[in-house]
Design a protein around this ligand. Structure first.
Ligand code: CAA
Ligand code: NAD
Length: 282
């Protein structure tokens, strides 16, 4: 696969575009406005500069990678792509509307994937006229650093499509793949998100300070970040949307978003992306 399209240039879309371009792939990134396209471009530029300054990437290779990425607001530029990966906000209606529009643009044999954290892939695939070519490719944040991609298979996925997508992710992008069946949260978020929301509940109930909760899991379990730091890193809006999806799927209170999480999102406290979440990043 030599031509890949990414829909969304936020944290995840920019990260996926970056790893594809570094691997020599021609990339088109679609954002909703010129301003967001410019923000996505700046995000990738900053990440490449960071890799150069750390001696992990040659300046010429960073420039070549940047040269392989085009930014657009026009979804029609996905027409010649062999693989399109959607990475927009975790909202089923917005994702479905995007896929319905994409369906009239891409070729019959294009493979289409969603990077959703939690939404069942089958429901998203129904927006496409050929759902057997649709799968979940769930990357992890930050994409240039995290080694894992979950390949999420629906009951109607063409096995050859899954094999091609897996070969691309492993052989071209150098990631490790695990395969998941299609249910909300797949493998990793089914385990990770209840842990994170439990940490929010512990803090909300006043059982421990946020610093002690985070230090506890960093030093007591060797996690690189404590759970509240990780919530801020993921984005509290995304956390809330993912918890909603898990609760809707399993109807168990353990998956429900804690009220504090909902209040923080309503107040615009989204974590690092807004400058304040459980911690202040200003
Ligand atoms: N882009 C590119 N590289 C990055 C980066 C980024 N955004 N952030 C960090 N790095 C690289 C650095 O360049 C550095 O590389 P070297 O040491 O080789 O030079 C390395 O990562 C470590 O970075 P730092 O020293 O700056 O900082 P750190 O040691 O605190 O690591 C971290 C930062 C990699 C983010 C680490 O804290 C970590 O792994 N945190 C946990 C991340 C995690 O759990 N992600 C999963 C989130 S859940 C998810 O993704 C699923 C979902 O659906 C919500
Ligand atoms: P983000 O907030 O950084 O970016 C959201 C993107 O959605 C932006 O590009 C924005 O322009 C776009 N968008 C917003 N409204 C839109 C609309 N109406 N139409 C089209 N595009 C719209 O979010 P993110 O963290 O990059 O998450 C993107 C996807 O990746 C979500 O499905 C999320 O669940 C998933 N994901 C997130 C993480 C994480 O740790 N943040 C990890 C894995 C997967």
């Amino acid at each position: 696969m030599e031509r890949v399209g990414i829909i969304g240039g936020g944290q995840m879309g920019a990260g996926i575009a970056e790893v594809c371009a570094k691997a020599g792939v021609d990339v088109v990134v679609r954002e909703v406005t010129q301003e967001l396209a410019a923000a996505g471009e700046a995000r990738i530029q900053k990440s490449l500069e960071r890799a150069v300054s750390r001696g992990k990437l040659q300046q010429a290779d960073a420039e070549a990678a940047m040269g392989r990425i085009r930014f657009t607001t026009d979804l029609r530029l996905m027409a010649d792509r062999e693989l399109v990966i959607e990475a927009i906000v975790e909202h089923e209606g917005l994702k479905v509307a995007t896929f319905e529009e994409l369906d009239g643009i891409v070729a019959d044999d294009t493979i289409v994937a969603s990077n959703t954290s939690s939404l069942p892939i089958t429901r998203l695939s129904a927006a496409m006229s050929n759902p057997s070519r649709f799968l979940g490719l769930h990357f992890f944040n930050p994409v240039p650093v995290m080694a894992l991609v979950e390949v999420v298979e629906t009951l109607i996925l063409d096995p050859e499509v899954a094999a091609r997508a897996e070969a691309f992710v492993t052989e071209v992008l150098g990631k490790t793949v695990i395969r998941s069946k299609d249910r909300a949260g797949f493998i990793v978020n089914m385990l990770l998100v209840p842990y994170l929301t439990e940490a929010i509940r512990m803090f909300e109930q006043g059982f421990a300070s946020k610093e002690d909760i985070d230090t506890g899991m960093r030093l007591g379990a060797n996690h690189p970040m404590g759970p509240l730091q990780l919530c801020d890193y993921i984005g509290l809006d995304t956390m809330k949307l993912v918890a909603d999806v898990l609760f809707e799927e399993f109807k168990s209170p353990q998956y429900a978003p804690p009220p504090l999480l909902s209040r923080m999102v309503e107040a615009g406290l989204l974590g690092r992306k807004s400058g304040r979440g459980f911690y202040d990043y200003s």
